[in-house]
Design a binder for this molecule. Structure first.
Ligand SMILES: Cc1cc2nc3c(=O)[nH]c(=O)nc-3n(C[C@H](O)[C@H](O)[C@H](O)COP(=O)(O)OP(=O)(O)OC[C@H]3O[C@@H](n4cnc5c(N)ncnc54)[C@H](O)[C@@H]3O)c2cc1C
Length: 470
């Protein structure tokens, strides 16, 4: 058995593990060992369908020390006019570059791909079976908390009968390989962002909208991507948009009322205005994508799929016949698994989780900065209180509240404040800091944001089920 020593042992070379490692290397002289089952860095992006892309601008994703993308805007397609979204292959190649051009050349990183971490400081090569024992001088970093689930690696919860035609989005672009010929009809199964990607891809690639059915057990509120743009020219939509959102939080009388207000100020979108969404997982979308998806009018709202038969869909609330030659596409993987939050700093173990919604990479980098510059877990956990990922609409206020509390605590720590402002992963700190004091119009927006944020905090307990503070 091989034996190695390291300061930090990081399990997982996905966005979270790499963002954490990158900042730790920048802020300390520690040695890091990274272990991952995948053959390449980038975690779930290794298993993604070929037409996947980020759903938020590239500007805020990845690791702190390396830009992702070139800061260009898309000129065509559903994201036209908005800042670029890295495609899946771009994200994978970016993370490879992070490893090859940044982390390994530091001379302080050991990377062990194709290795399964077994616990107790032991990992086993998936190729040779050789076991390595690691003595961890400082801490174990468990960067696997999110348990990201993507279509190609998950198992559908519904039964699949012999003779049915089911594939993952990964296989769709390879339809021309198959022997079954052209599908007569398509059925998208699932209601999340993957299902939306598949709908847009089918339509953009030439499928007739009438040839598509969509099993959508629930509808989702969606973040308007226009309000997440990094450039100063989007000030009104981003900072002005945040001021509007805080105003909505400040005056909302219930969660339903909150989402209606957020829709009224264009912060939230939905595909079908006639159906009330009950789901919110921070999927981010453009108006262009919404308009494309609205072309699919055959939406099956009969609950979840129980069994995919060769000639029918058996759903919670009934059965829908399928014509011969119907291709079903499984889009039911959950992306982020819902797990109870835990403290991030746990003695000799760190479990990176969200400290700001919805930014896993920024959150991991910030946790590494805090690890590098503070000594006791109590302070670290105060600065990095975990923010629960919203599951459904009702938990959104609690997530927002936790995120805002962290923001407030960071603003009290000068060094951390400066690090955040200079971090490429931070959303809008630099933009706000760069506003000319003499620009009265923009200063008024900032003041509105501040005032509304305090009012929002006061109203938050009411939206979380308790009384609003006076
Ligand atoms: C399609 C899609 C698009 C997304 N778009 C965005 C976006 O635009 N912006 C954004 O901020 N977020 C986005 N997200 C969310 C974000 O990508 C993920 O939250 C983040 O990438 C998850 O990274 P991770 O490192 O936590 O997980 P993963 O990418 O799953 O990495 C975890 C790694 O741990 C390894 N691992 C687990 N257990 C073990 C073990 N025992 N031994 C060895 N290795 C192990 C796995 O092999 C994996 O490589 C998106 C998610 C999906 C699915």
């Amino acid at each position: 058995m091989q034996h190695i020593e390291t300061d930090y042992l990081i399990i997982g070379a996905g966005a979270v593990g790499l963002a954490f490692a990158d900042t730790l290397i920048a802020e300390t002289d520690a040695h890091i060992t990274i272990v991952d089952r995948h053959g390449k860095p980038g975690g779930h992006w290794n298993d993604a369908y070929s037409f996947v892309s980020l759903h938020q601008p590239s500007a805020f994703y990845g690791v702190n020390s390396l830009e992702l993308g070139s800061g260009r805007k898309d000129t065509h397609g559903a994201n036209a006019g908005l800042y670029e979204l890295a495609s899946g292959p771009e994200v994978s190649s970016y993370f490879d570059k992070v490893m090859q051009h940044k982390l390994l050349p530091s001379g302080r990183v050991g990377y062990h791909p194709m290795c399964d971490y077994k616990g107790d400081g032991r990992f086993v090569s998936l190729l040779s079976g050789a076991e390595t024992r690691v003595t961890v001088r400082r801490k174990l970093v468990d960067a696997t908390y999110y348990g990201t689930s993507v279509p190609s690696t998950h198992t559908p919860k519904y039964k699949v009968a012999d003779g049915s035609w089911l594939m993952t989005p990964n296989a769709l672009p390879q339809l021309w390989w198959g022997k079954r010929g052209r599908p007569g009809h398509f059925v998208i199964i699932g209601a999340g962002k993957t299902a939306m990607d598949v709908g847009v891809w089918l339509l953009d690639s030439g499928a007739d909208p009438a040839s598509i059915s969509w099993v959508r057990p629930r509808d989702s509120w969606l973040v308007n991507r226009l309000h997440t743009q990094p450039g100063a020219e989007f000030f009104d939509e981003t900072i002005g948009g945040q001021a509007d959102q805080m105003e909505a939080y400040a005056h909302a009388t219930s969660v339903d009322d909150l989402f209606q207000r957020l829709e009224a100020c264009r912060a939230m979108l939905r595909i079908d205005p006639d159906h009330k969404p009950t789901m919110f997982h921070y999927a981010t979308i453009s108006m262009g994508e919404i308009e494309t998806l609205r072309k699919i009018t055959n939406v099956i709202r009969m609950g979840h799929l129980q069994t995919l038969e060769a000639d029918s869909l058996v759903l919670d609330q009934g059965t829908v016949p399928l014509a011969a030659g119907t291709l079903c596409i499984d889009c039911t993987a959950s992306a982020v698994e819902r797990r109870p939050t835990q403290k991030i700093f746990q003695g000799d173990k760190i479990v990176p989780q969200l400290v700001r919604i919805p930014q896993p990479a920024f959150s991991a980098a910030l946790a590494a900065y805090v690890e590098a510059h503070h000594d006791d877990d109590k302070t670290k956990n105060r600065l990095c209180a975990t923010v629960p990922f919203p599951d459904g609409v009702d938990t959104y206020p609690a997530s927002t509240m936790a995120s805002m509390m962290n923001q407030f605590n960071w603003s009290q720590d000068k060094a951390l404040r400066t690090w955040i402002r200079d971090s490429r992963l931070d959303g809008f700190g630099k933009l706000i800091a760069g506003i000319d004091r003499a620009d009265e119009e923009k200063q008024a927006v900032l003041q509105r944001l501040k005032t509304n944020a305090f009012a929002a905090m006061a109203n938050m307990p009411r939206l979380m089920g308790g009384p609003a503070s006076a």
